[in-house]
Design a protein around this ligand. Structure first.
Ligand code: WT7
Length: 654
């Protein structure tokens, strides 16, 4: 509630700077008027910016909750992101300017990308990958990510990128769920000066991934960095990327794909222990990302666009790879941490590569703020002309700092709300047309129908409610991989008898100017440093530890990460609790899921607060974790449990 009040008192407004607006792609309400006048015609117009092999016969088929877009149309995503630029003026333009954490650099022009993607498409074919097959990608953030993704798209294979910070078990589960045929990985990657042992993790995962018959390994690590045993190549299964590429033919014809053919699966956390395989398609997805990249980021031919996300997340898919490349833009890609070797690494990258558009996350902005103005001040950031934010609500204080210290007061900020499921940005300003307010993602983009509803599907005017999307959109997820029932129940069953209403899981507030202020998740999903983590996943990991009887995980506010993970744990009979066990459990979860799921707090308790029917009262646990007065405890089976926990939590704090 405090947060809502703080947001409501925010009254600063920032109109687009006149010079920016004058040159912007969208500087009037015209795109909204056109979309409102004829929704399908608007999206058809956006789709026409792509290159189609066969034109579509029907723009939209909507049988709630299933949508199909651009039916009958055929295209190839790689041909759109690479080939057509090679035929035009962007042939020798930098497509990807890459920098590794140790400082090594590579620039790939569109022509270079064309050469590499075609060769790697032939490599995939030689490994038996055909249209519709699944290919896993588990790489550090290196240009091979984009090459591998585009090569999959070129042959019609469905990629499933797994973030390099995920554990072997997480990788294994994703490979098995998608029944991947091939995994593309690297010997290792660099993060904060350390080596991330990707191949070693992949070996562990592949030992229990029977469908994966081939593993392609990029040599990322310098010779001599690790000894020969670090990545043992398994005869017959494992192949060095560079060896396969040496022998690969140069020419390759892109596979014509139906607009509705899947382009990729990306796993994301939900409210159960099992991640969901979000399925995105070819025509609608590319239409959504290509159009939003151009409009929201006002992308121009000479821009240098840096989206700091990893390709392991949807932001990296949509705005590091597909969106910029579909527009023939220059994208910056950086492998490592923002504070390596010094806390000015981002600003040094911006200066060196002449970044004009920077797209990053509030959690990073808050860290930069804390590290102090001296780091950005050391660098010339005058080429920056637009800033973006994504992943979690941005607090007005961080917004203002971003605006003044990074943007020099002259760059508009686009706070962009969207999700893995939505594929592309849905709520955001158009920087040449929208007056922004610090902390508000403003309004739905043209072509998107977003509103606020109460639990009875009644529209909320001014005030708080549940975010809902009332019309299908091209880049929406089509289903969950091999689990359509969960697709229906998770996203289209919030309001009884209304399978046409999409529920994103977020709460929001609408102000008197019809601006939206996203408040965050209303389900058992947490957002830690802009990364989605399901509380159930962490609980399932904890109870696998032999010392643990029961666990409940909740989120609490965290100054830098947005939310922190707080786990309440009861141990088995006879098991003693200790600081050592606490540390062991934190590491246990990190090993099971990945470092991003490592709980910040672990609190041992003899019992957890439950209702008389045995349901854990998470609301009370959240009160305890946030140090608030306890809410209503009258439905508890044993009220003394929660009082004891609270006392214990407060003792630990002091
Ligand atoms: C959740 C989606 C696609 C972006 C990367 C995260 C939260 C995202 C914002 C924003 C407030 C935001 C929402 C959403 N979120 N952007 N601008 N303001 N909240 O993707 O892992 O699919 O998470 O991130 O809670 O539901 P994701």
């Amino acid at each position: 509630m405090e947060e809502i009040d703080a947001l409501l008192t925010e009254s600063r407004t920032f109109p687009p700077p006149p010079a920016f607006a004058a040159a912007a792609h969208g500087n009037t309400r015209d795109p909204w008027s056109r979309a409102d006048a004829d929704y399908e015609a608007y999206w058809a117009e956006q789709a026409r910016a792509l290159e189609w092999i066969t034109p579509w016969k029907q723009v939209l088929d909507w049988k709630p909750p299933h949508a199909q877009w651009f039916l009958g149309g055929q295209l190839n995503v790689a041909a759109n992101c690479v080939d057509r630029h090679v035929r035009g003026p962007a042939r020798n333009k930098a497509a990807i300017i890459w920098e590794g954490e140790p400082g090594d650099r590579r620039t790939l022009t569109y022509w270079d990308l064309f050469v590499e993607v075609r060769k790697f498409a032939n490599v995939l074919t030689s490994l038996g990958v055909h249209k519709g097959d699944r290919v896993g990608i588990y790489l550090p953030l290196i240009p091979e990510c984009a090459i591998a993704m585009l090569a999959c798209a070129r042959v019609g294979a469905i990629h499933s990128v797994v973030f390099g910070g995920f554990s072997p078990e997480s990788l294994r589960d994703r490979m098995n769920d998608a029944e991947a045929k091939v995994l593309i990985t690297a010997d290792g990657g660099y993060r904060r000066g350390q080596i991330v042992p990707l191949k070693r993790n992949a070996d562990k995962a592949l030992a229990e991934s029977p469908t994966v018959t081939h593993c392609v390994v990029v040599r990322r690590l310098a010779a001599g960095v690790v000894d020969d045993t670090f990545s043992q190549m398994q005869e017959g299964r494992d192949h060095w990327w560079h060896r396969l590429m040496e022998g690969a033919p140069a020419g390759h014809e892109p596979q014509p794909m139906d607009a509705e053919d899947p382009l990729f699966i990306l796993y994301t956390s939900g409210t159960t222990g099992k991640p969901k395989g979000i399925v995105h398609t070819t025509g609608g997805y590319l239409t959504g990302v290509a159009s939003s990249t151009k409009l929201v980021f006002d992308l121009k031919d000479d821009d240098v666009f840096w989206c700091t996300a990893d390709v392991g997340w949807i932001t990296g898919h949509s705005y590091l790879v597909y969106g910029p490349l579909a527009n023939g833009a220059t994208a910056v890609m950086y492998e490592g941490a923002p504070d390596w070797p010094e806390k000015d690494r981002f600003w040094s990258l911006c200066e060196k590569h002449g970044v004009t558009i920077l797209y990053t996350a509030p959690t990073a902005i808050r860290a930069f703020m804390k590290w102090g103005d001296a780091h950005p001040k050391k660098h010339d950031l005058s080429r920056l002309r637009l800033l973006g934010s994504v992943g979690e609500p941005i607090n007005p204080e961080a917004w203002m700092w971003y605006h003044e210290v990074i943007g020099g007061g002259r760059c508009p900020i686009v706070d962009t709300w969207w999700q893995t499921e939505t594929g592309s940005i849905m709520i955001a300003p158009l920087p040449g047309a929208t007056v922004t307010k610090p902390g508000s993602a403003t309004q739905a983009l043209p072509g998107y129908a977003v509103t606020l509803l109460d639990s009875a599907a009644k529209e909320i005017g001014i005030g708080g409610g549940l975010l809902a999307v009332t019309k299908p959109w091209p880049s929406m997820l089509r289903t969950l991989w091999r689990d359509d029932a969960r697709y229906v129940s998770t996203y289209f069953s919030k309001w009884d008898g209304r399978p046409d209403l999409y529920f994103p899981g977020d709460g929001a507030k609408r102000d008197a100017d019809n601006y939206l202020w996203i408040l965050g998740r209303v389900d058992d999903v947490l957002n830690v440093s802009g990364h989605r983590i399901g509380t159930m996943e962490v609980e399932s990991a904890l109870v696998e530890h032999p010392a643990v009887a029961e666990a409940a995980v909740v989120g609490r506010a965290h100054e830098l990460k947005g939310q922190a993970l707080c786990a309440f744990v009861t141990v088995r009979e006879g098991q003693l609790t200790s600081l050592a066990l606490r540390d062991e459990l934190r590491e246990f979860v990190a090993r099971k899921i990945g470092a991003l799921a490592r709980p910040d707090d672990i609190l041992f308790s003899a019992d957890l607060p439950k209702t008389r029917s045995g349901k854990i009262m998470r609301r009370l646990l959240r009160d305890i974790a946030e140090g608030r007065a306890l809410g209503d405890t009258t439905t508890l089976a044993d009220p003394s449990v929660v009082a004891g926990l609270k006392a214990q939590y407060e003792a630990q704090e002091s």
